[in-house]
Design a protein around this ligand. Sequence first.
Ligand SMILES: [Zn+2]
Length: 255
Amino acid sequence: MSLYKTEGIVLRNRDLGEADRIVTVYTRERGKVRAVAKGARRPRSRFVGSTLVFTYADFLIFKGKGLDNISQVSIIEPFSRLRSDLVSMAYASYMAELVDISTEEDEKNDSIFLLLLTAFQVLPELPDPEMLRFAFEARLMTYLGYKPVLDRCATCGGNPEAAELAFDAATGGVLCLECAGAQGDGAIKVSRGTVELLKRILNHDLRRIGQLKASVEVRRQLDAILKSHIDYHLDRSLKSREFLEMVRHTGRATS
Ligand SMILES: [Zn+2]
């Protein structure tokens, strides 16, 4: 039995028993961690605010025989704006779920922790968070070891000059049209511009991601290829995706 301290972001929580809450936290020191906040659903519990989704805090956790127990929480940043605005809520829920389903417990990954933290800091400031989502998806996949091949054809290794290319997650990334044609219907048609933008998105400062612009068609292609890449490698359904699709088309309220 031991006590450990770690900073982390609450990915999700669910009720446990009469008054407890089980909290999933993505921590800097230990990756994903699950722990019980005893009595968190009682109105006067010290855990009421600190176990809400997206909360960034220092956690003191007691590791016992069964489930770990949260012994103390000290909030660093509540990220309350992510919960008060529908668009931010949809994007933040999606990002949190993506991290949750793609990671294992007790596997530290500093890049993923910083990606999530930075995305949550930037998200409420962006009039249109879609480019941030693309950057988040592409980077998360990269940090998980599934970086798509973008600088050559994933099948023949050639450097295609054509304006029209294809993307196939099962093959690993971009394909020239000859290889895509030989392969059948699985590949998604994309323009060279979309592939070039995806390369820029992977390297662009996340805090300045709002500077990158793209046409509706390029966004549609980015959405399609990242979705297929995620679905192929993670093979899990994302509950928050439908909510995200809904607000994506509505945008932020201008009030
Ligand atoms: Zn090829």
